[in-house]
Ligand binder design. Structure first.
Ligand SMILES: [Zn+2]
Length: 428
């Protein structure tokens, strides 16, 4: 058996309960203090801090937003942990069921894992950060037992849809309680929250505590490699503490006796990675693992890749501003399409405000309508306004799903120009 590096962090950046933030002084996975600066996006408001339109401006917290690279385990991570009470307020307005691409992905996750693992109706599937229950609804419909764990009010939506949901922050205590009351889980999933929770080691401990001996942990996370390749600096915000490569994820899981036995890229959020792990030897390791690892830069090669990323991010900001300046000089009216969390980073890093962007549209029913984009006075409105108003152009802030959105906007008779801001600003 291969020995793994079991140097656990001695200084865990724990912001929970601080009411503020705590700097990350050693690597969240391996504990190394050799952390190099990758990129600074300046100070940012929490992405879900959206005040109502027309509200008198008041002081609000802003937090430094920068990335660090661990020279020891290659983890790219945020340089600051913010109290989860601040970044995940109870009224957290994000629901995963609103994007078709995500719904399709979760349906695929159920099909793939049920086939690979031969799941039956006796098997319990637990989803950490279960949001509105979109992921688990697929397992429930396929006849499996399900349980969601979701601390925010969005969990009530899942409960209302018949997905039993524990409204708690996940940790080892909650994991033991789940195992005691529901029995051990055949599958534990964590989609897009595995990067969110501080003290990741206690999270993995909790996951291991819930798993049957041959149980499988399936994680889906933003994948660092496409993030770098397509310049998705806009996915950098305080919810995302860690930006995993398979190399760094494997390192983390091995520290807890888990072995990665299958991994593959998936399209969610502009490029994510789905990773299957179980106790060492429980499942045969597929070729996919070695293939993905071989394609990732490491050490000096990763440091060089990150230096290029830093320069490209800076240039992309200047290019977008230059394009918008040209439009504004001609008197153009500019709207924005959709207000995902990532739009907050882009808007604040580039410096867009209500003088440049008249409003941002969300589809009817979005909980963000009636509020302002974080850190700005740009109102978020029902997309019906776009079709009545017909501004000269619209910037697609959820540019990673522009292929899905653009035809819909044209079909609803939007006649203005559509702009995608990244990886290179362009008119579609
Ligand atoms: Zn490290």
């Amino acid at each position: 058996m291969k020995e793994i590096n079991t140097l656990f962090p001695t200084k865990v950046a724990r912001a929970a309960g601080s009411g503020g933030s705590v700097p990350v002084e050693c690597c969240q996975i391996c504990g190394s203090e050799k952390l190099d600066d990758v990129l600074s996006l300046g100070y940012m408001p929490p992405v879900n801090q959206m005040v109502s339109i027309g509200e008198v401006p008041r002081q609000q917290p802003w937090f430094p937003t920068h990335l660090l690279h661990c020279r020891n385990c290659d983890l790219v991570q945020l340089g600051l942990a913010v109290d989860p009470e601040i970044i995940f307020p109870p009224e957290y307005p994000y629901t995963s069921g609103t994007t078709k691409l995500l719904r399709d992905n979760f349906a695929d996750l159920q099909r793939e894992s049920a086939a690979l693992l031969g799941l039956t109706d006796k098997d319990l599937v637990v989803d950490i950060g279960s949001n509105d229950g979109t992921l688990l609804s697929n397992f429930k419909n396929a006849g499996h037992r399900v349980l969601g764990i979701e601390p925010t009010d969005v969990g009530d939506i899942a409960d209302g849809r018949g997905i039993p949901t524990l409204k708690r922050y996940f940790g080892v205590e909650v994991a033991r309680e789940v195992a005691r009351e529901h029995g051990p889980a055949s599958v534990v999933t964590a989609a897009n929250c595995f990067a969110h929770i501080e003290d990741v080691h206690s999270i993995v401990d909790g996951i291991v505590a819930m798993l049957k001996p041959d149980g499988v942990f399936i994680s889906e996370s933003h994948y660092l490699i496409p993030l770098l390749d397509t310049l998705q600096y806009d996915t950098v915000y305080h919810e995302h503490l860690r930006y995993y490569s398979l190399t760094s994820l494997k390192h983390l899981l091995e520290m807890h006796g888990l072995e990665v036995f299958h991994a593959r890229p998936i399209p969610s959020h502009g490029g994510s990675i789905r990773v299957y792990a179980a106790r060492r030897g429980a499942h045969p390791v597929q070729d996919s693992v070695a293939h993905m690892l071989a394609a990732e830069p490491r050490g000096v090669a990763m440091a060089e890749r990150l230096a290029r990323f830093r320069r490209d991010v800076m240039l992309s900001k200047l290019r977008l501003l230059s394009m918008l300046r040209d439009l504004k000089e001609k008197g153009a009216r500019i709207a924005g399409i959709s207000a995902p969390s990532r739009a907050s980073t882009l808007v604040n890093y580039v410096g867009l405000d209500e003088g440049i962007i008249d409003y941002v549209c969300e589809i009817a029913g979005s909980l963000k309508i009636g509020k302002c984009m974080p850190g700005t006075g740009i109102p978020v409105v029902d997309e019906a306004r776009l079709f009545e108003d017909q501004p000269d152009c619209a910037v697609i802030f959820s540019w990673h799903i522009a292929d899905e959105l653009a035809p819909k906007l044209k079909a609803k008779d939007f006649r203005g120009a559509l702009i995608t801001p990244l990886p290179v600003p362009r008119v579609l």
